[in-house]
Design a protein. Structure first.
Lengths: 596, 352
């Protein structure tokens, strides 16, 4: 059941053991840091890698606190962890689209996978997705347009938090649909579903022919396809299997058309998969078996890999352990292409940051370069806006951005008669370390700082209450309009933003109800809804300038968790970087292989 | 221990009849007069309000946990609509008293409820996971006592001797090391360096005794070693005190009984009362220890289930876990009381 095979691994001598024990105690004491590692990203791309080999098995270790938690099951329509469970979902469902990149992580782009192509109408209000011909689910039923519509309507109507918020055109009439299709669909929806709403959605999402699906928006959505790979809409399962298995069993072992099929699933513990013999790509997947093992925390993840009970860690984030892994000759460490930089959000809606000078003082007092060197061994990627180098529309520098100048900071603090600040953050080791460093820097500039480090739940509550002054968070994603993107941090109506409310609005709710917007909101909305990517780039450039000019929050380094694999394991997203769509990279498991 | 009012060293409790063959309590006590059964019944009845009080406390604590569990589940980028859907699915849209009493009445009907996160029946989850935790706890006790008793006996033979001093140093060190640190050091030595034992995972007994024991060896050691250190120090101190001050020891010595036999046959039997009390009181600590240890070793037991439940504020799951853990602690203490009767026939439970 839970037998986890051991692999032959290298034995470590006594000195090595002592060294590890010493580093272990460092990690346990919460003291990160260590010598900067000049190697930066370990790249396998530079090394000679032979031809992929078929066969073998792979055990991937996932952090129980994130990707390794799938307690709400694996049905994308009802799971609350679709984005976090990218590894499992990519392996089982494959996906209509994938995010792929060059071997060095550059030039990332959305690639049709089970889809053959996609096209926006000129007005950007209709997206047409064409599916590849001949793809079947592993139960033999076809992955066709009806199956996509069935999956999308379920995803939109079953309360999954993995479904993006869409402005669908709900005015279109529902086409004539086969009664059996409708019966099957309603049987798979929650009991209290509103039939009128479903019919409106069936008007907006339509199968045009056997292999073509159209989705109609009321507002153009330029980010829809870019964001899709991490959402439930990307993962299409077999309606026939759902009818046969029922909701519970389907959620345990969904049947789809991805490279692997489910063998055994213990929720949030271990998932065992076997090669899908009917996979649509010839010769793939390379692996015979793939397992995901949930493990608690970075230290245990790393130890388990060293003990030979796993072949790969997806998303190791402890800097100390990443440095250890980089020095271990038996492991290959690949840092992902960073997309989400740290940002110090400043709440302009209350004192002290309702005063622009106070916000400017924070910009001048903050030296993220030094923090990057001291805490991240220089491996972080510096940014002056909301996407890092791995993300779309990245800008290395923003014109007029206020860089570190403690003298100016001191002058401003004096000018406003002193500055006392509470700096909040999520209670994780790295974030605490960064806030402590910031506290020291700000105190040097004459700013009194108290740190309020709390679990995520409390941070969310604090944001929504509006009773916060400054918050260290991360902003952005590969696609700035997706996930916890720029609008979540800087849109005036977002509960997680501290930018000024639109004129005439007392609260964000009022602004939403009365459709009031700030200038920045409009730029961000236009950037998200424009299909022309060049135009989007210009709009995001404008947005970055506005954030910088108004000093809404300084940006820092972006740091991407590392993929650590034992030598002999290769594959896109594991040993070559792929930017994280939201938090984790989408590993292309059909192309992962192990040296036999 | 309320009914017995027995001090661990109460070799001669007041008001009891002198010991004799007829007074070999348990059989007699369990007979027609049934003071033991009465005690057992009364204790069981007492556990009901206790468990109810615990369930209220756990519920209130979970309610007081900061943050919105539905928002936590849904994530930061979820819309209000999605958060509300999650809230409904978790049953959090109902008022707290309704949720609590719904759960409680379900319990009386034998329905342990469903996980508000995964939707799985809690009874199935417990049936699946209890054997893992039970095996860890039982083995940890066996191992800790298996280490503590012989070591304490040897140390007490020559107080202040080399062996005594050495065991004291080791025991104090082990007491100072938290069990999760010990767990990681064990992994470092036995899984990574020596590659003898698996670092994580549980192999059920039906897959073979040896693989099963190999999979639980390190978690059991991580739980048992600090306990063994504690028991060793306690038992050794008690034995030395008995050997130095108790009259019956002098009597036995004056009769020419060898010191080793006095220690084993007389002093240890008396000291075992104290040890039993400590063991009973430690059940809660040990079960609590499984929460962290199961997490570190990826053991699919109740400790891990409770932690996951607490993190996601899954009331039905946490309530049942705490309920079971509390019941185990209460019952263990009851068993300890009963063991007094077995060990000391002079004790009359329920006698006035």
């Amino acid at each position: 059941m839970n037998t986890i095979p051991r692999r032959k691994g290298p034995r470590r001598g006594l000195l090595g053991t002592l060294a590890l024990a010493a580093s272990l105690s460092l990690v346990l004491a919460g003291c990160g840091g260590g010598e900067p590692n000049a190697e930066g990203q370990a790249t396998e791309a530079a090394a000679t890698v032979g031809e992929p080999q078929t066969g073998g098995d792979l055990t991937v270790l996932l952090d129980a606190g994130f990707a390794g938690g799938w307690s709400t099951g694996l049905d994308p329509a009802t799971s609350n962890t679709v984005g976090a469970n990218m590894p499992q979902n990519s392996a089982i469902f494959g996906g209509l689209f994938t995010l792929e990149a060059d071997e060095n992580g550059e030039n990332a782009e959305i690639v049709p996978n089970q889809a053959e192509s996609y096209e926006f109408s000129e007005d950007g209000l209709t997206l047409t997705v064409k599916l590849r011909e001949g793809i079947t689910f592993s139960d033999g039923s076809p992955l066709n347009a009806d199956a996509v519509v069935w999956n999308w309507i379920r995803a939109l109507s079953s309360g999954s938090t993995g479904t993006p918020q869409l402005d669908l055109d709900l005015t279109r009439e529902m086409p004539e649909l086969d009664q059996q299709f409708l019966d099957d669909l309603y049987a798979a929806l929650p009991e209290d579903v509103d039939q009128a709403v479903i019919e409106q959605r069936l008007g907006a999402v339509q199968a045009v022919d056997d292999l073509t699906v159209e989705i109609h928006f009321s507002v153009a959505n330029g980010a829809f396809v870019n964001a899709m790979p991490s959402t439930s809409l990307n993962f299409v399962g077999s309606p026939t299997a759902y009818q046969e298995l029922g909701a519970d069993q389907y959620s345990q072992a969904p049947v789809a058309a991805g490279p692997f099929t489910v063998d055994a699933n213990r929720l949030s513990e271990r998932l065992e998969l076997t090669r899908n013999e009917d996979y649509f790509r010839d010769g793939l997947p390379y692996l015979d078996e793939l397992s995901f093992q949930s493990v608690a925390g970075d230290q245990v993840l790393y130890q388990t890999l060293q003990a030979g009970q796993g072949d790969a860690i997806e998303g190791l984030s402890s800097v100390t352990l990443i440095e250890q892994a980089q020095e271990n000759p038996n492991l290959t460490t690949t840092l992902g292409a960073p997309t989400s930089p740290y940002v110090i959000q400043l709440n302009t809606r209350k004192a002290p940051f309702d005063d622009k000078k106070a916000r400017e003082a924070i910009y001048y007092a903050t030296d993220f370069e030094a923090i990057n060197e001291g805490l991240f061994g220089g491996q972080g990627d510096m940014s002056q806006s909301f996407t890092a180098s791995g993300g779309l529309f990245h800008q290395q520098e923003v014109e007029g951005y206020r860089t570190y100048d403690p003298e100016k900071a001191r002058e401003l603090v004096e000018e406003i008669g002193g500055l006392t600040v509470e700096l909040g953050t999520t209670d994780i080791v790295t974030a605490r370390q960064v806030t402590t460093a910031l506290q020291t820097q700000w105190q040097d500039a004459g700013i009194d700082v108290t740190i309020d480090s709390k679990p995520l739940g409390d941070v969310i509550t604090k944001f929504t209450s509006g009773e916060w002054e400054s918050m260290l968070q991360t902003a952005g994603a590969w696609e700035p309009a997706a996930g916890i993107g720029v609008a979540v941090r800087f849109g005036s109506t977002s509960p997680f933003s501290g930018t000024p409310l639109p004129e005439g609005a007392e609260t964000a709710t009022q602004a939403l109800e009365e459709n009031l917007n700030t200038e920045l909101d409009e730029v961000l909305t236009n950037a998200a809804s424009t299909v022309d990517q060049e135009e989007r780039g210009d709009l995001y450039k404008q947005a970055a300038k506005m954030i910088s000019d108004e000093a809404y929050g300084p940006f820092g380094m972006a740091f991407s968790p590392a993929q650590v694999v034992r030598k002999g394991v290769h594959g896109p997203g594991l040993t070559t970087p792929i930017p994280a769509l939201v938090v984790n990279s989408g590993v292309l498991y059909d192309r992962v292989w192990v040296e036999q | 221990m309320t009914d017995t009012a027995v001090h661990p060293h109460a070799a001669r409790p007041d008001g009891t009849k002198p010991p004799g063959r007829q007074g070999r309590g348990v059989t007699q006590g369990a007979g027609s007069g049934s003071p033991l059964l009465r005690l057992f019944g009364r204790r069981l009845l007492m556990t009901i309000p206790l468990l109810l009080a615990i369930s209220v406390l756990v519920f209130v604590l979970l309610e007081m946990m900061p943050g919105d569990p539905a928002r936590n589940q849904a994530g930061m980028d979820a819309s209000e609509e999605q958060v509300e859907a999650v809230r409904q699915r978790m049953g959090l849209d109902r008022p707290a008293p309704e949720r609590y009493f719904g759960w409680l009445f379900g319990l009386f009907r034998g329905d342990l409820g469903q996980s508000s996160v995964s939707g799985q029946p809690v009874a199935d989850m417990i049936a699946d996971r209890a054997p893992v935790t039970l095996e860890l706890v039982v083995l940890a006790f066996v191992v800790s006592l298996g280490i503590a008793i012989p070591v304490a006996l040897m140390a007490a033979r020559k107080p202040g001797g080399l062996f005594d001093r050495a065991t004291m140093v080791v025991a104090m060190t082990m007491l100072a090391v938290p069990n999760f640190v010990l767990a990681m050091l064990l992994v470092l030595v036995f899984a990574i360096t020596l590659q003898m034992l698996p670092a994580i995972g549980f192999v059920p007994l039906e897959d073979g005794l040896v693989p099963n024991l190999r999979s639980v060896a390190m978690p059991v050691l991580a739980l048992a070693v600090p306990l063994a250190a504690f028991y060793t120090r306690f038992l050794r101190g008690d034995l030395v005190e008995q050997m130095n001050s108790a009259d019956y020891v002098d009597t036995a010595r004056s009769k020419g009984v060898r010191p080793g036999l006095v220690l084993w046959l007389h002093a240890f039997r008396n000291s075992s009362f104290g040890l039993l009390t400590i063991v009973g009181l430690n059940i809660g600590t040990l079960v609590g220890g499984t929460v962290i240890i199961e997490q570190i070793f990826a053991m699919p037991g109740m400790g891990m289930m409770m932690l996951e439940g607490a993190m996601s504020q899954d009331v039905a799951v946490v309530q049942m876990c705490v309920f079971i853990f509390a019941a185990v602690a209460v019952l263990a203490n009851l068993v300890v009381d009963l063991m007094y009767a077995v060990l000391d026939p002079r004790i009359r439970y329920g006698s006035h």
